[in-house]
Design a protein around this ligand. Structure first.
Ligand code: ATP
Ligand code: ZN
Length: 196
């Protein structure tokens, strides 16, 4: 049978827990490697180490059979993949955060503001559902500094402890998604995945 190809984040918040979970499933990964693709120690599988953002597309295209990635990334990329299982780690929230002094009475008061985010698709969906319009400014990193430099009125970003928001004089105003790591597969589950 062909080897199962498993996509894992190369280095980041999900890497360690994903490899630990694979190990618990009997899929040992040799330590201290720095390769894109490796064969596992005692299982007919290959691990592909990728940026988390690329994992949904690799799984959609069948380059990887399954992948470990944040649900936030799955929803944002909107590829043809299926969530097979929620994994219980990598928990975070995608939230709208505002500068400390700003206290809108309700979410309707957000109408028309400028929001910086790396998650335009999820944010747009939430705005639409709530019949709101906002000016979404997409940036790929350091979203939390946007209000301070006058780039946006608010941000929509991932939060876990809230310490990054706090040190940038922002606070969590409204959670729009609760996320955790998930296992994804392509839409047509193949024989080798069922075997896994
Ligand atoms: P890559 O180099 O692979 O693109 P990255 O910087 O985009 O990495 P990480 O910061 O490692 O990604 O986060 C990976 C995932 O961890 C997030 O997509 C999210 O699902 C989860 N996560 C949990 N807590 C947090 C948090 N406080 N901030 C950001 N991501 C978090
Ligand atoms: Zn990423």
């Amino acid at each position: 049978m062909e080897k199962l190809r498993i996509a894992v984040q190369k280095s980041g918040r999900l890497s360690e827990d994903s490899l630990k979970l694979l190990k618990e499933c009997g899929i040992g990964v040799p330590a201290g490697n720095n390769q894109l693709k490796i064969s596992t120690e005692n299982f007919d599988a290959e691990i592909l180490f990728l940026r988390d953002d690329d994992i949904p597309e690799y799984v959609q295209d069948g380059v990887a059979d399954i992948g470990f990635v944040g649900e936030n990334v799955v929803l944002e990329k909107n590829k043809e993949t299926e969530i097979v299982e929620r994994l219980g780690y990598g928990k975070c929230r995608l939230s709208i955060a505002l500068p400390k002094g700003k206290k809108p009475k309700n979410i309707q008061a957000l109408d028309g503001i400028k929001i910086a985010t790396s998650y335009p698709v999820i944010l747009q969906g939430w705005l639409k559902k709530n019949k709101l319009k906002a000016d979404i400014h997409e940036i790929s990193g350091s979203v939390e500094i946007a209000p301070r430099i006058g780039l946006a009125d608010a941000i929509c970003d991932l939060v876990s402890s809230g310490s990054t928001l706090f040190s940038n004089e922002l606070y969590e105003y409204e959670t729009i998604l609760k996320s955790e790591a998930v296992l994804i597969s392509g839409k047509n589950i193949s024989k080798k995945e069922q075997h896994f």
